[in-house]
Design a binder for this molecule. Structure first.
Ligand SMILES: [Zn+2]
Length: 292
């Protein structure tokens, strides 16, 4: 059964717990709400119907300290409200951790500093981008635990449920980076649920096409190495292997010494196929290799 045909706004309404507008009166565009934060702020989302059956998800503000990622997501929303229908149907969550973003906004002099205000939800909290389930396994809302057995924060639980309901074939997770030489558009190598590479070329090519377009528009794409090199891997991630080989992943991230940066990122979880749910519970195909 096809859950989401082109511009199927009625089906899309089910992906948001709260719908804030009448999609029939707004070209099928839906403003919705995934839920509320611990401090009572809404986690908002937008759905833009596309002209194809493909679906994409764009996430801003996974790190609340990275306000430019929120600004970019909000600009995209404004552009899609005005412009033609996109090819993909798109969901945008512009501000995933609004409580954390509010912390950053509240201390403007510290923006971009090593204080990282708003990156973590509280002292000792896990990095929000290291709270995903084990690669190859579905998010289980009945336990709400990540790969490391820690409780996934509620904003990320909203996001994971959204992904499992909407089933996007592409996810763009927007971040900011202090070191401009590392900024760029990167892809994560897709694998099956055992971690075996499915081939990087088409995603890598898309990332380069996006980076070239951004460069032409005046963006700094130094991390991609353009125009001399065509790099599409984040500098901390292992090299992409050929299709059919086992793909190493980065399970450490930033600030590894406190373990708050250890765990599975959206890049790793999102690019790994989910096993059948039955298999997911009884097998742990990747655990033996997790810390490689
Ligand atoms: Zn980030």
């Amino acid at each position: 059964m096809r859950e989401f045909g082109a511009g199927d706004s009625l089906a899309a309404k089910r992906i948001f717990r709260i719908v804030l507008n009448d999609p029939a009166a707004s070209r099928g565009i839906i403003r919705g709400r995934l839920g509320y934060t611990a401090k009572g702020q809404p986690v908002n989302a937008w759905y833009f119907p596309g002209t194809s059956d493909e679906r994409a998800l764009i996430i801003g503000g996974m790190h609340g300290s990275e306000l430019s990622s929120i600004a970019l997501a909000e600009e995209l929303i404004a552009a899609l409200q005005e412009g033609e229908r996109p090819s993909y149907s798109v969901v945008i969550v512009p501000r995933l951790f609004p409580d954390n973003a509010a912390e950053a906004i509240g201390q403007p002099k510290q923006l971009g500093s090593f204080q990282n205000i708003g990156r973590y939800s509280c002292k000792g909290a896990t990095d929000p981008n290291r709270q995903m389930p084990s690669p190859g396994r579905a998010f289980d809302p009945s336990t709400g635990l990540d790969h490391m057995g820690r409780r996934i924060e509620r904003e990320n639980q909203f996001l994971l449920q959204l992904i499992q309901d909407f089933r996007p074939s592409r996810i763009a997770n927007l971040h900011a980076i202090r070191d401009e030489s590392k900024g760029g558009i990167y892809a994560d190598p897709r694998t099956d649920h055992f971690g075996i590479a499915l081939g990087f070329e088409s995603d890598s090519t898309l990332a380069i096409e996006m980076a070239l377009a951004a460069l032409e528009a005046g963006g700094s794409m130094k991390g991609n190495g353009l125009p001399e090199r065509y790099n599409t891997l984040y500098y901390k991630d292992p090299a992409a292997v050929a299709a059919g080989q086992w793909q190493p992943r980065n399970f450490i991230g930033s600030f590894g010494k406190q373990l708050r940066g250890a765990g599975v990122s959206m890049g790793t979880w999102g690019s790994t196929a989910i096993a059948l749910e039955r298999q997911s519970r009884t097998q742990s195909p990747s655990n033996a290799r997790d810390h490689g």
